[in-house]
Design a protein around this ligand. Structure first.
Ligand SMILES: NC(=O)c1ccc[n+]([C@@H]2O[C@H](COP(=O)([O-])OP(=O)(O)OC[C@H]3O[C@@H](n4cnc5c(N)ncnc54)[C@H](OP(=O)(O)O)[C@@H]3O)[C@@H](O)[C@H]2O)c1
Length: 240
């Protein structure tokens, strides 16, 4: 396995949840970090918690021009991690607005594709891209048509980018339910009840923690041979 020491890692979505945990874990191994997300306050908070020398940018990943400018400022680096995602569009399929469904692809799918397009030319030899999906593509629940479909698109995009951008390795992490800020839109009592209910049904008996998923991002950056692959870390969610 290659070391992450002194590698420059750009984490888009690295100010919260899975991306922040991956940045923290990579920082602990001596990586130089760049994090970016949409809200300045979140970037500032992340910079206050991540190792000294970490650089932060505010950038809306629904805007191609902003992503292009971001990479123009970042310069050469080794690994790109993309974890950005906004609120999930869930609900009765018959009531879903198609305009909203199209918008739901903006950050996760088009943002990731745009980041790969402008980021890849800056990736040094031996570098990689690690994207993010979720198990709903394999194990959708009722009300999950929009997220499940965009996650499937992310997985196909990963394989195609691996072919397109070789020898840059391109892989994707597929988490199950993980306790992160993504769920903070729910009242705390509902959220804890949901985690307890879902966790109780999993083979591991609990939902995941961001630090547990971070290890998978690190593995995919450090390993040197796998490309176009998805690694699922879900407490056995696809089997239940
Ligand atoms: N947590 C889970 O249970 C779980 C399970 C499976 C898959 N996932 C997927 O994993 C990814 C990360 O999830 P998470 O739990 O880490 O979520 P999170 O804690 O809510 O973090 C999401 C990140 O995306 C950024 N972001 C959102 N919209 C953006 C935009 N328009 N431009 C720039 N940055 C934007 C946020 O920063 P700002 O607010 O500053 O913009 C934040 O840094 C998501 O795609 C999610 O669907 C999560």
């Amino acid at each position: 396995m290659a070391s992450l020491k002194d590698k420059r890692i750009v984490v888009l979505g690295g100010t919260s949840g899975l991306g922040f945990a991956a940045a923290q874990a990579a920082g602990a191994e001596g990586a130089q970090l760049v994090v970016a997300s949409g809200r300045q306050a979140r970037v500032d908070r992340a910079l206050s918690l991540l190792p000294k020398g970490t650089t932060g940018y505010t950038c809306d990943f629904t805007h191609e021009g902003q992503i292009k400018d971001l990479f123009g400022q970042v310069g050469a680096f080794d690994h790109l991690v993309y974890t950005a995602g906004d609120a999930l569009l869930l609900g009765d399929f018959s009531a879903i607005s198609i305009a909203d469904a199209k918008r739901a692809y903006d950050v996760r799918v088009w943002g990731a594709m745009t980041a790969a397009k402008y980021g890849a030319p800056l990736i040094r030899a031996g570098g990689s891209i690690v994207l993010t999906t979720g198990i709903a593509s394999q194990r959708p629940f009722k009300g999950w048509v929009v997220p499940a479909s965009l996650l499937g698109a992310m997985e196909a995009m990963t394989r195609a980018l691996a072919v397109e951008l070789a020898p840059i390795r391109v892989n994707i992490v597929s988490p199950g339910v993980v306790r992160t800020e993504m769920w903070n839109g729910m009242p705390e009592s509902d959220r804890e009840a949901l985690f307890a209910d879902l966790g109780g049904k999993l083979l591991t008996g609990k939902v995941g923690e961001a630090s547990e998923i971070a290890e998978t991002y690190l593995y995919l950056m450090k390993q040197t041979y796998g490309t176009g692959q998805m690694v699922t870390v879900d407490g056995g969610g696809v089997l239940t």
